[in-house]
Design a protein around this ligand. Structure first.
Ligand code: FES
Length: 168
């Protein structure tokens, strides 16, 4: 993953016509392009001046929505649903499978910066719970084997192979 530059960030904002109404979309794209799933303070400052949005409002957005982070995370953020329907379908067991496969605990990031494990609330896939979300993809009907495969693909940076493992 290439390092995010000022030109990249300016281009992202230009893709949205530097429209302040598109702030969330802009911040999501900056986060996705960061390679570490976060919005660095310097890009928040830049967005503030280019979009003409107060920095405080940008941080309101970054701290209100759980999908954003202002500190570096793994290239792949694996979000394990902890809402009640999934909780009753072996969510704790699934957490252990991910922790074992990735070699880290919930809330941690692997030393190589590839994977972070986090909890999330319902991702709308209760019928195939326990469910996890990785980027834009939701995975359900998890088994230990499937978890190992997901983690392996993330560790090897094979994002393009993740969709084929989706159940919905
Ligand atoms: S409760 Fe887990 S996906 Fe809905």
């Amino acid at each position: 993953m290439q390092k995010l530059t000022k030109d990249n960030v300016l281009k992202i904002m230009k893709n949205y016509q530097n429209d302040p109404q598109q702030l969330i979309a802009v911040l999501l794209d900056i986060q996705a392009a960061s390679g570490k799933n976060y919005v660095d303070q310097k890009w928040a400052d830049l967005a503030s001046s280019v979009l003409n949005v107060p920095l405080s409002k940008i941080y309101d957005v970054l701290t209100f929505y759980a999908m954003f982070s202002t500190t570096p995370r793994g290239e792949f953020v694996i979000e394990i649903c902890k809402s009640t329907p999934c909780h009753f379908t072996r969510a704790e067991e699934v957490v252990k499978w991910f922790e074992t496969a990735a070699g880290i605990k919930m809330g941690e990031t692997t030393a190589d910066g590839k994977i972070s494990l986090l909890h999330t609330s319902c991702v709308g896939a209760c019928d195939i719970g326990p469910a996890v979300k990785i980027g834009d993809h939701v995975f359900g009907s998890l088994t230990e084997e499937k978890v190992k495969t997901l983690v392996k693909n993330c560790m090897e940076g094979k994002a393009e192979e993740l969709p084929s493992l989706c159940q919905n």
